[in-house]
Design a protein around this ligand. Structure first.
Ligand code: ADP
Length: 546
């Protein structure tokens, strides 16, 4: 977890500091004593030489011991003995030459005790130094002098100031240590998060690159390198190596999605092919976002990309299949239509056969139209379907009744009733063939996706000032809410029907929606799983320019 220093190590470091401070303090004491003795010897007034020498020797012995003693191995309070011995040495000096001012040297052990040993040191310094002062003063003279009070008071004040200052310094040190520790924790946490993040990013199979504001890659995961590694890059063999969504238009370096993301552009699901046509290339889908700081300024960009080669290839294969199947269907259908036309041109054709052949002709024409739509749909996987329209004022009621008539037998075989009482007499501005295609699709869906065991389909047509409305409602199985937004996607089939024997391509609703939108209309759906579906078609009643 966090890298907090072990208590023993902290203790050791503190002791070493104490050892160093003790040596400095004691050396200072020794130096000041030497100076004091030098000054006093110059004046030549030393009352008791033996005591002076004893004091001097004591100070030097204590200094030597202080330097030599390994204080870190002893309890911290044992160090108190050094300033206490200094108090004794100063007492000896003072009593050897009373009134020479040696008593001032007590200030040094006082400061030491008060600043280094907390409240205990302060009390000891006050008691011991005052006691030593009065003892030596009384030994040398019994008369009262103001210094007998003033000096101890001054010592007490100095000790108090030293004690308080040291306490404040200790508190600040503690605070700094705490702040240092929490800073260290924060840095540790950030480092751990960074490691976890890069582990996650390296584990996923999509590339991620984060760009700085100047376009340099600040972070990239492993998949990034793997996905962007190309068999041959531009310049290696003179050929470009990144191509647009069609796979054949080469992209310049500036137009490559990675370069665009580095410039801070935002785009969604942009496809690019890496590798020249004919080589083992891959299709990558890029999504990029420009990143902004709290102040709204651009701080760089982020791009995420993944390998979609198999999806793109599968889509292409399906579209190729649809294209070739529908293409193959076109020829025999055109031939059928040609021969039906020929037969209809014959004057000897009996009336009954003529009307049958007309039905064949109408349906063959519709079939041809559907084949054309399929071809258009497969020609452009991403764009809309290229449809041609011939709108006219169309009797919507007649069109709906004809569509219902065409499916009623199939509905009846499944015990489904189609109620057309809601069909009002309405004229709309639409291509009748296309409109019939939409109505047929909605009716056939309502019948084929209905549950076994019968049911009801209600068809209604009405109009307001601008639009005609066609409603196809069934009390079938309905569609799951999460699938509703996908219903109008090309090739989408609901989960519930995908693995059943009910045939379908998933194109009907997509083509119907394209047809309606291209004519200024729309299709919406209201559905609830278990209760049925209602498809609502909006159709303009007059041309847009009117
Ligand atoms: P297809 O019918 O060829 O599968 P469509 O585009 O017409 O394609 O329909 C897409 C999907 O919507 C269908 O596969 C089906 O799952 C669902 N669907 C459409 N109409 C209905 C309906 N009336 N009731 C239940 N599900 C429906």
């Amino acid at each position: 977890m966090s890298a907090r220093p072990a208590p023993s190590a902290a203790h050791g470091a503190g002791d070493r500091t104490r050892e160093r401070a003790a040596a400095i303090n004691q050396l200072l004491m020794g130096a000041v004593t030497l100076v004091a003795f030098g000054v006093v010897s110059l004046t030549g007034v030393v009352a008791d030489e033996n005591r002076s020498i004893a004091a001097l020797v004591l100070v030097f012995v204590v200094t030597g011991l202080t330097i030599a003693t390994p204080w870190n191995r002893l309890p911290p309070t044992t160090l108190m003995v050094v300033p206490l011995l200094d108090v004794v040495a100063v007492g000896l000096m003072e009593s050897s030459s009373p009134g020479m001012g040696f008593s001032l040297l007590w200030v040094l052990p006082c400061l030491w005790l008060s600043s280094s040993f907390g409240i205990r040191g302060f009390v000891v310094s006050v008691v011991v130094v005052s006691g030593a002062f009065w003892t030596t003063a009384l030994l040398s003279s019994t008369t009262f002098r103001p210094t007998l009070v003033l000096l101890p008071v001054a010592m007490i004040v100095i000790s108090a100031v030293a004690y308080l200052t040291a306490r404040r310094a200790r508190a600040q040190r503690r605070l700094l240590r705490k702040q240092g520790e929490s800073l260290k924790h924060a840095v540790d946490r950030a480092q751990r998060q960074e490691i976890v993040l890069s582990e996650i990013l390296d584990a996923v199979d999509f590339g991620v690159v984060r760009f700085d504001a100047d376009g340099t890659a600040a972070m990239a995961n492993e998949a990034h390198t793997r996905l962007l590694t190309l068999p041959a890059r531009a310049g290696d063999d003179g050929k470009p190596s990144v191509y647009g969504p069609d796979g054949i238009t080469p992209l310049t370096r500036e137009d490559e999605p990675i370069a665009r993301a580095a410039r801070g552009e935002t785009f969604e699901s942009t496809l690019a092919w890496y590798g020249a046509p004919g080589t083992s290339r891959r299709a990558l889908s890029f999504t990029a976002r420009a990143l902004r700081g709290a102040d709204g300024a651009a701080v760089g960009g982020l791009v995420v990309f993944q390998d979609v080669t198999s999806e793109v290839m599968a889509l292409r294969a399906r579209e190729d299949l649809i294209a070739s199947v529908s293409h193959e269907l076109r020829t025999p259908l055109t031939s059928i239509l040609g021969y039906v036309d020929l037969a209809l041109d014959s004057p000897e054709l009996p009336d009954a056969s003529r009307s049958s052949l007309e039905v064949v002709e109408r349906n063959a024409e519709r079939l041809l139209q559907i084949v054309a739509d399929l071809l258009a749909a497969s020609a452009d996987a991403r764009g809309g379907i290229a449809l041609t329209f011939h709108p006219e004022h169309t009797d919507l009621a007649a069109l709906v009744h004809a569509a219902v008539d065409a499916i009623v037998t199939q509905a009846r075989s499944r015990a489904i009733t189609i109620d057309t009482t809601g069909v009002e007499q309405v004229t709309a501005w639409t291509d009748p063939l296309r409109m019939r295609q939409v109505v047929d699709n909605l009716l056939s869906n309502a019948v084929k996706y209905h549950r076994d065991g019968g049911g009801l389909i209600e068809v209604g047509v009405t109009a307001d000032i601008d639009h005609a409305w066609l409603v196809v409602r069934d009390d079938g199985p309905g569609i799951r809410a999460e699938e509703v937004p996908l219903l109008f996607d090309r090739f989408y089939r609901a989960d519930a029907v995908r693995h059943t024997s009910t045939h379908g391509s998933g194109l009907g609703l997509a083509i119907s929606l394209d047809i309606m939108r291209a004519q200024g209309g729309d299709i919406t759906v209201r559905t609830e799983e278990g209760t049925g579906s209602t498809f609502i078609v909006r159709i303009p009643v007059r041309p847009a320019e009117e």
